[in-house]
Design a protein around this ligand. Structure first.
Ligand SMILES: *Cc1c(COP(=O)(O)O)cnc(C)c1O
Length: 355
């Protein structure tokens, strides 16, 4: 007898982040800001009093309450996850019956397709326009003619850095009976959120994360916001103790201090503006093809040989992400990090042959 692998497992490959030791990491859209010294001490104390032998609060109630207060919503509409990644996986495995179709966009966050391949639901992809914007009418047409049951996309989008306005997201949700999963991982950097009205829709799950603007990628904490019916399903379907006690204790300190939420997005946006301004100078000199108008903490640039540029930046100790050999996605860093990546990029674009 021989064990036969399930077909869907055969092509599985681990998530492929940029790996290695880099002086400057501008590849994963992380924040360069840390909590204050005082709050880091509070976090250490909070971790010190975690009852290690006990399971954590299964619903992470205090963390959900702090998150809800921060965003002016009801805690009853919030479900915590081990990163919003876990919630994406959960939603795709819970809300679809066998054979029901998912729609996502391209380019967009790769995990949507990945988790759909695990659940074996058919995944329909709608390509964005040439300028990488989203055609909401085309999206609605596609939902209708393909009989889509769940639509998932990021707004603002990773990796395009572009977003659709709240009124268009609203129109999309109101014009379909598919479940809309709106991933607002970067919405702390823009003002077009639907978070305060998420409960009003019967077909919306909105996702947020602590990994980007709040600077807590290491803790793995994300949230789903939805009406009580959908929230009840998420809470019932998730694994019972998904958010660990250390994360709960540490995240509370940051979520209960509104100054991070007020100040960090602004600081990160200011850094992005510097990065984006520098890249636009390269665009004006004809060294890069296009710099996209960013609503996030990273900038997408189109160039002629993006892969080669990424490799040469890596040789200089600077990590950025490359997409489709045409685009670089560069996270906004500290002033000196931004200066280095801009200088490095300009040099290598002026001297394409030199190593
Ligand atoms: C970074 C990111 C996430 C966040 O994932 P976590 O698991 O919460 O760290 C979710 N969606 C998008 C589009 C992202 O870029």
């Amino acid at each position: 007898m021989a064990y036969r692998l399930a077909e869907k497992t055969k092509a599985l490959a681990p998530y492929d982040p940029v790996e290695g030791n880099y002086r400057i990491r501008l590849d994963a859209n992380e924040s360069f800001l840390l909590p204050t010294e005082v709050d880091r001490r509070k976090m250490a104390e909070a971790v010190g009093s975690v009852a290690l032998n006990r399971y954590p609060d299964p619903l992470a109630s205090d963390v959900c309450a702090a998150f809800a207060r921060l965003y002016g919503i009801r805690p009853e509409s919030v479900t915590a996850g081990n990163g919003s990644d876990e919630l994406i996986s959960l939603i795709l495995s819970v809300f679809l019956q066998k054979g029901e179709k998912v729609l996502t966009l391209s380019p967009d966050f790769s995990m949507y397709r990945f988790y759909t391949s695990i659940t074996e639901n058919p995944c329909v992809i709608l390509e964005k326009r040439e300028d990488l914007s989203v055609d909401v009418d085309a999206l609605l047409d596609k939902i209708k003619c393909e009989g889509i049951r769940l639509v998932i996309f990021s707004n603002p989008c990773n990796p395009t850095s572009l977003g659709i306005f709240a009124k268009d997201a609203r129109r999309l949700i109101q014009s379909t009976d598919a479940l809309v999963v709106l991933d607002e991982a970067y919405m702390d950097f823009w003002d077009q959120s639907l978070i305060q009205e998420a409960e009003n829709y019967d077909n919306l799950i909105l996702l947020r994360t602590c990994s980007k603007a709040l600077g807590m990628a290491a803790l793995r904490l994300g949230f789903a916001v939805a009406n009580p019916v959908l929230t009840g399903i998420l809470r019932a379907a998730k694994s019972p103790y998904n958010v660990n006690a250390v994360t709960q204790a540490m995240a509370r300190v940051v979520l209960e201090n509104p100054s991070y939420h007020r100040e960090y997005p602004e600081l990160l946006c200011a850094s992005r503006e510097l990065l984006s301004g520098g890249l636009k100078k390269l665009e004006a000199k004809g060294l890069v093809r296009k710099v996209y108008e960013s609503r996030t903490n990273f900038v997408l640039v189109r160039l002629f040989h993006a892969r080669a540029a990424q490799e040469r930046l890596a040789d200089a100790g600077i990590a950025v992400r490359c997409f489709e050999d045409d685009f670089l996605r560069i996270t906004a860093g500290t002033q000196s990090e931004n200066r280095e990546v801009l200088g490095g990029l300009e040099y290598l674009l002026i001297h394409p042959e030199r190593k």
